[in-house]
Design a protein around this ligand. Structure first.
Ligand code: WQD
Length: 346
């Protein structure tokens, strides 16, 4: 019996890569997205990547549209949901908190109510390391204090708490919160990746803008942090390694009858690299030059943190395989392919 899975935000950066991994693993995959931060090209990319014998269905819908989601859950006999839909800009969340609480939290509640009314109670949630706020140590385990300092991180923790309460309510809910550190890279085909035509704030999409001539140079936000070269350090994890962890987490929930389920797992590689190291990795692996200039620190940034990934590696029998240079090479291939097929939104 093939397991039917619904991926919300299914043509977004994470959702599309999760969809490809699920399809390749033999799941019956259905995608829902409202195109708020994704494009139909990404759906075309998924369909070009998957084997000709496989298929994937797509529904344009808001996850807050309970009736539409109930219809999909029933029509496709959905067994589990991987919930990736949500706004993800830290900076925007500070300026527009209501948009983030309404879309991220409000729509998630609608999704969970639709699921409950249809008897669907298995869910993997796309959470974030931003739930930790300003970490006390630099290797962050799931036991670290959660104290988000921006609305984006607060919405992620609120949704985690809702799911934890559902699991504790004595109902059949089985969920897992996957806390992403810094996803980067793209599928090796170059057909899906992280958009960079929509005013990104993250490092890799902005480097894509520089590499494709949409931005003159990269602003390096600060070189006076307490790090090896003074620039900010993060735990970058290849998006395909991250997607594989979602498949393992789903299989864990599907097979876990009485075994304890970890509430949250950190998805990172367990070490950090600096902005200048990322620039050098691009230049070495892709034979490119990335013009940059040192600017002042970005408000809200911190110098360095990375995941303690042992719990995820143990519980999911999963270890990230791809290197920083893989992230750079795959990002560059995606940027070249994407720049040749999309029109900038500006
Ligand atoms: C990485 C490093 C910057 C841009 C974000 C969000 C959230 C989360 C993780 C999922 C930092 C530096 C960046 C630039 C730079 N994802 N930088 N110049 O801030 O760690 O967190 O990603 O939840 O989206 O919390 O990621 O890519 O913005 O920054 O120097 O133009 O690159 O200072 O050191 P961040 P980022």
């Amino acid at each position: 019996m093939v397991t039917s899975v619904l991926v919300t935000g299914g043509i977004g950066y994470v959702g599309s890569h999760v969809a490809v991994e699920l399809i390749e693993k033999g799941f019956d995959v259905h995608l829902v997205d409202n195109f708020s931060n994704s494009s139909v090209q990404q759906l075309d990319g998924i369909r070009q990547i998957i084997s000709p014998s496989k298929s994937v269905s797509f529904y344009e819908a808001n996850i807050g549209d309970t009736e539409k989601i109930q219809k999909i859950l029933r029509e496709q006999n959905i067994k589990a949901v991987i919930h990736c839909a949500g706004d993800k800009s830290v900076a925007e969340s500070v300026l527009m908190p209501l948009k983030y609480y309404d879309n991220n939290v409000g729509s998630s509640i609608s999704l969970f109510k639709a699921m409950e009314s249809c008897g669907v109670s298995i869910l993997i949630f796309s959470s974030s390391a931003t739930v930790y706020g300003i970490p006390k140590g630099i290797a962050i385990s799931e036991q670290a204090q959660t104290a988000p300092v921006n609305p984006y991180g607060k919405t992620k923790l609120t949704i985690e708490n809702i799911l934890n309460d559902l699991c504790r309510s004595g109902s059949k809910w089985k969920t897992m919160n996957l806390r992403y550190f810094n996803p980067a890279g793209a599928h090796v085909s170059g057909l899906i990746g992280d958009r960079f035509d929509n005013h990104p704030s993250n490092l890799f999409p902005i480097i894509c803008q520089v590499l494709t001539g949409k931005r003159e140079n990269l602003s390096v936000y600060g070189n006076n942090y307490d790090t090896a070269d003074g620039t900010g350090e993060r735990d970058y994890i290849h998006i395909c390694d991250l997607a594989k962890a979602h498949v393992e987490a789903l299989q864990f929930l599907l097979q876990s009858h009485n075994s304890p389920i970890p509430g949250a797992l950190n998805l990172g590689i367990g070490k950090s690299v600096s902005v200048l190291e990322v620039i050098r990795a691009f230049e070495d692996s892709c034979n490119l030059q990335i013009p940059y200039k040192i600017e002042t620190q970005r408000p809200g940034d911190i110098g360095k943190y990375f995941a303690d990934p042992r719990a995820a590696q143990k519980n999911l029998s999963w270890t990230p395989q791809k290197s920083l240079k893989d992230m750079c090479r795959d990002t560059w291939r995606w940027a070249q392919n994407s720049a040749s097929t999309t029109v900038d939104e500006n």
